[in-house]
Structures are given as structure tokens and as C-alpha cells.
Ligand binder design. Structure first.
Ligand code: NI
Ligand code: MN
Length: 231
């Protein structure tokens, strides 16, 4: 069955996905993001996926979930926190586990990173997300992570799109992200988590040239607000 899949970059590691009529927000850091493509008030969602507790990912999760009634799916510690803050619908997950939706499957995967919520509450482990859309498309959102060898196992999922941080300092930099592409072997890689602030400035065009000369993967560079395929 073919599906209408639309992936919009909202800046940093914030993503808006539309899979047919189902709307997913990932790491909706908008209000305090210097590069946000939309405001938190404009955001719409049925499901919000939160990779970890850091402010530049947890972002506007609470206000958007309360206003829209979206379900928040996150690691158990964050799901519990969000519920305590008054969000009605939450899904507590943990690393390696997945859940089936009408549009496809969301699996929480390993990320090599720390996690604390904005008020200092423990955020459990950091995570990434692997989405398998019912039409067969496989999307990997690495979120904040360092390089780890088990990315080679994720390659077995035959990833179509890998969304990878290249900013360095807090996550993989360009060199490590290139190595991640070599392990993940996605059809397309999309760099993110760079250029938000000066400490994580990178030139994605240089990264694109290196990836495309050293691997079979094609790189698509999105500016905040752009939709994959429209760039
Ligand atoms: Ni982080
Ligand atoms: Mn981050």
C-alpha cells in the first residue's frame, strides 16, 4: 500500500512528519530555537516523539501536547514526567522496544548521549527512533548521539532516510557522522543539529561532498522549513 509521506525540517533536530493524515512531531524545540521554522503555537500533532530530556529536544513538548491533545511517546522516565505535568496521553517506551500504529511502527533505538529534563529530573537514557512506514519506507532519526558500532545492525533494516547530527561538541561531528553513514548505509542521509548556535556551526556542503565521494549514500541538505524532496 502506498503512503503519502512528507518530512519537514523545523530546525535543529525538530521534524514534522505527515504520513497520510497522521501528524508526528519529533523533538519540538521551537520557542527558544534560533532557527525554528514555525512557532510552538502553530505546531500540530497527533503524536510527539521525544528523544531525550535536554531542552533543545524536549522543547515545547508540554505546551503542544496540552493544546493539541497529542500523545507523547518517550522513554519511561520522560513519559512519566510528562504525565505528571498534566499531559493526558503518553506512551512509555524503552530502548529496543517498539509500538505499532496504523501508519507503521515506531521503535526506540539506542543513542550514545546523556539525558536530564529541564528542571533537573532524570531523563533516563537518550534514544533515537526508527520508523517503519506501512509502505516500507524506513526512517532513522539518530537524534543526539555519538558514533556507536551497533549502527551496523541498523543497516539490516535497509534505511531509506537517516537523519544524523553533524554539529560536533554535543553529538557526532562531520567525521563521526561520515563513519555513521558507512555503518548505516542509508539510501539518503540528511544532516541536522548544526548551525543552531556558533559552537555547532558546520558546512553541510563539505560533508555532502565527502559522504557522496566515499559512500553510495546521497545527501540532502534541508534549510529549516524545507520539506524533503522539495529542496
Ligand atoms: Ni542532548
Ligand atoms: Mn541536542
Amino acid at each position: 500500500m502506498s503512503t503519502n509521506l512528507n518530512i519537514q525540517f523545523l530546525g535543529h533536530n525538530a521534524w514534522f512528519l505527515r504520513i497520510d493524515d497522521f501528524r508526528i512531531l519529533i523533538d519540538p524545540f521551537l520557542t527558544h530555537s534560533p532557527v525554528a521554522a514555525i512557532s510552538a503555537e502553530e505546531a500540530e500533532a497527533d503524536l510527539i516523539l521525544v528523544s531525550h530530556g535536554h531542552g533543545d529536544h524536549f522543547g515545547d513538548t508540554l505546551s503542544i501536547a496540552k493544546r493539541t491533545g497529542a500523545t507523547v511517546a518517550a522513554i519511561a522516565e520522560i513519559a512519566g514526567y510528562v504525565e505528571k505535568q498534566g499531559v493526558k496521553k503518553t506512551i512509555a517506551m524503552n530502548l529496543g522496544g517498539g509500538i505499532d500504529f496504523a501508519f507503521g511502527r515506531v521503535q526506540m533505538v539506542h543513542a550514545l548521549h546523556s539525558s536530564t529534563l529541564p528542571d533537573g529530573s532524570p531523563g533516563g537514557s537518550s534514544a533515537g527512533f526508527l520508523l517503519t512506514v506501512q509502505d516500507g519506507h524506513v526512517l532513522y532519526f539518530a537524534c543526539d548521539t555519538g558514533l556507536f558500532g551497533d549502527m551496523a545492525l541498523l543497516a539490516e533494516k535497509k534505511i531509506d532516510y537517516a537523519f544524523l547530527p553533524i554539529g560536533d561538541l554535543f553529538t557526532m561531528g562531520p567525521e563521526e557522522a561520515l563513519n555513521a553513514v558507512k555503518l548505516l548505509r542509508p539510501r539518503i542521509a540528511v544532516p541536522c543539529h548544526y548551525g543552531t548556535w556558533p559552537p555547532i556551526d558546520q558546512d553541510p556542503e563539505i560533508w555532502k561532498k565527502r559522504v557522496e565521494s566515499e559512500t553510495e549514500t546521497k545527501v540532502r541538505i534541508l534549510r529549516p522549513g524545507q520539506v524533503l524532496g522539495d529542496e
